[in-house]
Design a protein around this ligand. Sequence first.
Ligand code: NZQ
Ligand code: ZN
Length: 492
Amino acid sequence: MERGKELLRLLDRLGAEKGAKPAQIALAWILSRKPWIVPIPGSRKPEQLKENIGAAEISLSPQVISDIDTMLDTMDPLVLADHSAQESEETVVSLSVFIPGGFSMFNFDYYNPTHIVFGEDRIGELAKLIPEKSRVLMTYGGGSAKRSGLIGKIQASLGNIASFEFGGIEPNPRYETLIKAIDIIKKERIDFLLAVGGGSVIDGTKFLALAAKCKGNPQDLLKFGLAPIPPEVSSEALPIGVVLTLPATGSEMNSGAVISLGHSKLPVMSGLVFPRFSILDPTITYTLPKVQVANGIVDAFVHTTEQYLTFPVAAPLQDRMAEGILQTLIEIGETSVNEPENYDARASHVWSATMALNGIIAVGVPQDWATHMIGHELTALFSIDHGQTLAIILPSLLDVRRKQKRAKLIQYAERVWNVASGSDDDKVEAAISKTREFFERLGVKTRLSQYGVGAERIPEVVAQLKEHGMTALSETGDLDLATSEKILRNAL
Ligand code: NZQ
Ligand code: ZN
């Protein structure tokens, strides 16, 4: 933080000495690097453009160039970007010219082995998807899959494959519940898990897949947060198949899970638990209560914004894919909630939710999971549904963090909400209010107080965040406990 300010002071001082703006000094520095470097600073105002051109007239002495170099050498570019967002507009210009065009796409690996089996009436293919001699444990939730006849249908399609059942996995699946399945897995020599449910059942089943093969204490699997479980703790897992009943979490095509223990929601990440296949039949979701459909839209929407509303990098394809998911959710969201048997709306809902968190839009770009991390504490403490916690936190977080996310908020307003007129400030404002209004239109309340949580409970939430090490959230790690508290108060 201090280093960023020092750099700004240096630019100010050099600018004052030369009668130039700090941004011009920064540009002149870039021009001094190599004769073939052409800075391309972005500018929305003609005055800024003239100012930038003026930088070509400024020549910097070798000593000045070396002073700037020395300072930059000791700084992390992420810190630079973050400061540019926190400071005045003048400063934003001066710092952003150090990163002309912003950041390049980050390096990445992408791997996703899940076979998606999409469409109506695909359950009949289960016997082809599961290895012939398997001994299958079907896992499911509190009973909706039984009541709808889905479990019976699945049993019928498994034919001669040996199958067993473990029901009763609750929303926000609990360690204490899941661990009871380990005895059945061992006793019946289960070698394939078939999750029939939404995020909770799928996540719980991922945990079981790891726990069944884990040599030490299965509770240790919950200790690694968002870091992958290391191979010395877990090197094997049972294979998993999925029949999705609730489109929301993306768990059907990713390698993450969230398991509850005490008052904690603990992430579990392991490449070993990508489902082998996931059957996504939109008609299976017709029995969902409206509230869960709406939660699902919000969850998929916020997964997308957490990978999109950060700071700009040169990743236009990822941006447009994210914008496509957001626009689709806006387009079909209300229909999916209000017309439960509208196949077309539900099919797009299902596929958007899967695409929002199968890793594809995350490649090469920054991510900010602060809304989720704060939201998890609200579920753990007050049992507010996952999707509802996100509808409470996201609009408030965008409001509090509007400076840091300014460039992407303007892009979001223009490209996702089609806000064409007004100043940049107006666009940021519109983006935030349109997001809140969208959640409200789906029937999801966006204020903490509407869920019976008042200001007096906020210190508990902050204490939980501290206990769980959530003290440096956001795309740059600068969102501390005081900011989380501000976001929570702003959400009341
Ligand atoms: O338990 P049953 O009786 O099946 O009822 C469920 C449950 O009460 C019901 N339901 C599901 N499908 C139905 C249905 N009711 C009628 N018809 C159907 N077809 O819906 C209720 C909620 O189910 P749940 O699985 O809890 O919801 P969701 O899919 O939203 O999952 C939420 C869980 O996923 C975690 C959350 O933290 C939460 O624990 N997440 C997992 C992620 C991941 N693995 O990548 C990412 C997410 O951000 C999220 O954190
Ligand atoms: Zn989520």
